[in-house]
Design a protein around this ligand. Structure first.
Ligand SMILES: Nc1nc2c(ncn2[C@@H]2O[C@H](COP(=O)(O)OP(=O)(O)OP(=O)(O)O)[C@@H](O)[C@H]2O)c(=O)[nH]1
Ligand SMILES: [Mg+2]
Ligand SMILES: [Zn+2]
Length: 215
């Protein structure tokens, strides 16, 4: 019976990939560049949107966001407080966004008022990796408080991401985290990944990170 499960799983991913490709086409047609924000719970994904939005606006670019959470509208409220368009997506029992949820979200957004779209996934370092959403790049955010072995434990998400952010560097000493180890682990899993260290409380490190996102 085992092979049947494998086929069902493949079908789920094939369908998801097809919709992700449609999302890519739809975003391109609308002149929107989209970026996935993935990473651990509480690592700083929403804080990153809060920091990037005003910088983008200074450059004449109009940000927008999809706020993915299991439940509630905490992130959605923080994002709309920035005065930018956003859609709240609650996944309920699911622990990741999929391309269909993002397709719905895109249809609820004023696409012609957005240049840069951030798609914040549910805080989870495992299954979001398997569900492409149609964005141009994946950005994975971890923080030192997850432990400096957090990268080593999650190879796939780093292999699939173009940019790795190590956040909360201000807390590294307090929690005894070796940031160098985290950075080395990211490069070991993905030699091409661009790694940035940030303190999103103060905004330290955000400017080079934004350049890499837009490059
Ligand atoms: N000290 C410190 N705190 C930070 C930093 N970045 C974010 N925080 C705090 O960490 C907490 C979580 O940040 P969020 O931006 O909500 O994290 P998230 O990844 O969006 O969380 P979920 O969406 O729940 O997975 C908040 O209380 C932030 O104020 C940082 O660089 N240093
Ligand atoms: Mg968040
Ligand atoms: Zn999941």
């Amino acid at each position: 019976m085992h092979h049947i499960d494998v086929h069902i799983e493949k079908d789920v991913y094939d369908t998801n990939n097809r919709i992700a490709d449609e999302n890519t086409a739809c975003l391109e047609e609308g002149g929107v560049r989209a970026f996935d924000l993935l990473g651990a719970i509480g690592s700083g994904k929403t804080a990153l949107i809060e920091r990037l939005a005003p910088l983008l606006q200074e450059q004449g670019l109009r940000p927008g966001a999809v706020a993915g959470d299991v439940y509630g509208d905490d992130d959605y409220r923080r994002i709309t407080a920035l005065g930018i368009p956003a859609v709240n997506v609650n996944t309920g029992k699911e622990c990741h966004l999929d391309a269909h949820l993002v397709e719905d979200a895109i249809h609820h957004l004023p696409i012609d008022e957005i240049d840069i779209l951030f798609i914040e996934n549910v805080g989870n370092m495992v299954c979001p990796t398997d569900f492409r959403l149609g964005a141009e790049k994946r950005i994975v955010v971890v923080s030192v408080t997850e432990g400096d072995d957090v990268v080593n434990k999650h190879p796939m998400i780093f292999r699939e991401s173009a940019i790795g952010v190590i956040n909360k560097v201000d807390l590294a000493e307090a929690v005894g985290a070796d940031i160098g180890r985290m950075e080395r682990d990211m490069h070991r899993y993905n030699p091409g990944i661009k790694v940035f260290r940030t303190n999103l409380k103060t905004g330290d490190g955000i400017v080079p990170l934004l350049s890499a996102i837009l490059s």
